[in-house]
Design a protein around this ligand. Sequence first.
Ligand SMILES: Nc1ncnc2c1ncn2[C@@H]1O[C@H](COP(=O)(O)OP(=O)(O)O)[C@@H](O)[C@H]1O
Ligand SMILES: [Mg+2]
Length: 418
Amino acid sequence: MSQRKLNIGLSLGADICWPICYETLLKDLNLNIKLGGETLSFESERITIEPFNLQQPVRYDMVIDRLTHWYSTSREWIKKGILLDDLYVYNNPWSLQSNEKHTSYAAMLRLGLPVPETWMMPPKAYEESEDLQATLRQYARMFSMEDIGNDLGYPFFMKPYHGGGWKGVSKIDNLQEFQEAYDNSGKEVMNLQSAVLPHDWFVRCVGLGPQMRKVNYDPSAPLHDRYTTDIDFLSKEDGSILEDMTATINSFFGWDFNSCEALRRGGIWHPIDFANACPDSQVTSLHYHFPWLIKANLRWSIFCAATGRKMHRTLDWDAFFAIADTDISPREKLSQYAAIAHERFQTEQFREFCQTHLSHLDEVAYDFFASDTMRDAVHQKVVALFPEHEVEDFTELFWSRIQSWRDTEGAAGDAGGF
Ligand SMILES: Nc1ncnc2c1ncn2[C@@H]1O[C@H](COP(=O)(O)OP(=O)(O)O)[C@@H](O)[C@H]1O
Ligand SMILES: [Mg+2]
């Protein structure tokens, strides 16, 4: 049986805590996976940013990427890797680049998901260019904000069409606030979206490949408390709707790692923010849920590298649209979209792979999350984010939440499942 070492590339930004955990656990797992007549071992390497020849081969078997959205050199390196070297990378970079939040609303409306009524506004101000005045003079139509506000109904949310990090988001209760917010929006192109208020649940469902974690999210809490530590807080059917929605969205857009925010009102889950590829992965936000993320990340990346999973280079939406155009109920449609998603995510094959080759992950992770390396990773992240006088208290807080995960989920394990 031949030996092969697989190299997982980590394309990182300011990340501190999760790569330390990922790298240490990958070593601790000491994998020797027997697959297809080979014995596969694994290493990971942090990818550097430097000039590259387009024909210089990529030396990674897959890449976990967190930079694509923000750094064009990394994004273009990844795109050339997919085109020239058959590289597999988390989150299709073309899709990430082109499918903004607004597009995600349009696409999920097309699939019949209950996205709240959404409008797009032309920007209040423009970058001057040679053709600008001629274009606006001819084609920019005057509009009545009063009519739009009445049509959509108050309250609604105004937010940048590309989204991200709560920047430039405002809740609008009346025409005066609408006018003020629009005047202040400058060159940003804005969406207006009917408010799902009041709602009884706000859930952020994180998807990593076919693995899902539903978090009861409290947007009014300070950053370190927004991911509440509740588990099993939803009925089976509510949980299943959210998982099906997230799987649908992620496979539709070719996103391996994304989160979907949905609000429930009157028994209906309204997705409101689901173009969040590479969502927050820091222990200082996820704390109790952090070990889940690290384990899910290891499972999916090891599976992709070991099986040589092929990138879906084109998005192939017709199968979803064919279901959207049938007469079946919205819930049935969602189940059928999710079935396509699970086929594309190779869910069954992945489950079997985890059971056969990664069943010791539970035990190794259980030990690791109590180790000095883990505690130091928490400490390093806290030092980077918090003022000096808060470092000790917050290190202790996040550490204790991870220990509480160990005492419950960690001790129970998931027997190589997910
Ligand atoms: N349609 C909506 N109904 C109710 N609350 C909303 C709606 N849209 C946004 N919000 C609130 O505003 C916050 C930020 O908006 P969101 O679309 O999530 O943008 P971001 O991409 O910045 O996270 C949400 O977490 C939620 O609290
Ligand atoms: Mg959001």
